[in-house]
Design a protein around this ligand. Structure first.
Ligand code: CP
Length: 306
């Protein structure tokens, strides 16, 4: 693996290798992540052209735990604001001896463009591009599911909400189908869950009850207003009325179902506070697991594995 641009096309062996590598970085307590010298002397550049709290910070922590030197470009104060192109920005940062670029961009495909232009020893990791892919979120979601459910075979996983605009949904679907989940359902109104997703190997459901009935894992998604256009989309209130996850509705899923969300959450829009803070929620453990998973990805692309 030279770059990580998508979960699409990653083999089951590679996905499992990434999850197993991540597990090696977790200490006795799942909240403890080890510090190791695997990327000592390497430079990791975080380039976030779109806002982020979780991904940017956990990449920063992960690179630090790998003993890399970490540089996080302040895009708002960078020369991007003066019109410098993405490729010129990266060429200049490469001249500062970058080894890994972690890139988030509002344009789908931006990390692919960079991967075509960087020197052969430089690695690009996609930290979310437009509505296309968010592979490290997909991988940390797989780590979380495996942690709580042990095995993917037999699992029914429901992905609920704004699937149309979600790069997380796409990354999760590719990983889940490759890892052998029994059934992956995408759930939401027709305006946000197009019927033509079936070829991705998913079942399309347009009611919440059908979508999460007897599910083992419920992944809730945010309404991604920043990527929406058009008048047919539901308001926050309309969405919550039909698809918002409340404690009562969660009873449609299996009693031991886990509830996930990539964040940021909108309480009272796609998910009720009682569920966010309830016993079945693993939303904050997802964030913690993101550190070890991002360590695994960076050490594997750099060829310096544990
Ligand atoms: N899940 C996720 O990508 O969150 P951030 O946008 O805060 O990084």
């Amino acid at each position: 693996l030279i770059h990580l641009l998508s979960t699409e096309g990653l083999s089951r062996d590679m996905l499992t290798h990434i999850l197993d590598t991540a597990a090696q970085f977790v200490g006795v307590s799942e909240r403890e992540v080890k510090k190791v010298p695997l990327l000592r002397g390497k430079s990791v550049f975080n380039l976030f052209f779109e806002n982020s709290t979780r991904t940017r910070t956990t990449f920063d922590i992960a690179a630090t735990r790998l003993s890399a030197d970490v540089y996080t470009l302040d895009i708002a104060r960078s020369s991007t604001a003066k019109g410098e192109s993405l490729l010129d920005t990266v060429a200049n940062l490469s001249a500062m001896a970058a080894d890994i670029f972690v890139v988030r961009h509002s344009k789908s495909g931006a990390p692919y463009l960079l991967a075509q232009h960087v020197a052969p020893h430089v690695h690009v990791i996609n930290a979310g591009d437009g509505r296309h892919a968010h592979p490290t979120q997909g991988l940390l979601d797989m780590y979380t599911i495996r942690h709580y459910k042990k095995d993917f075979s037999g699992l029914v996983v429901a992905i609920v909400g704004d699937v149309l605009h979600s790069r997380v949904a796409r990354s999760d679907i590719h990983a889940l189908t490759t890892l052998g989940a029994a059934e992956v359902r995408v759930v939401g109104p027709r305006t946000l869950v197009p019927g033509d997703l079936a070829p991705m190997g998913v079942r399309v459901c347009h009611t919440l009850e059908e979508g999460i009935k007897d599910a083992d894992v419920v992944i809730m998604l945010r309404l991604q207003n920043e990527r929406m256009s058009g008048a047919l989309l539901p308001s926050s209130q309309e969405f919550f009325q039909s698809f918002g996850l409340t404690s009562e509705r969660l009873r449609w899923a299996k009693p031991d179902a886990i509830v996930m969300h990539p964040g940021p959450i909108n309480r009272g829009v796609e998910i009720d506070s009682q569920v966010v803070d309830g016993a079945q929620s693993v939303i904050l453990p997802q964030v913690t697991f993101g550190i070890a998973v991002r360590m695994a990805v960076m050490s594997i692309v750099a060829g310096n594995e544990a």
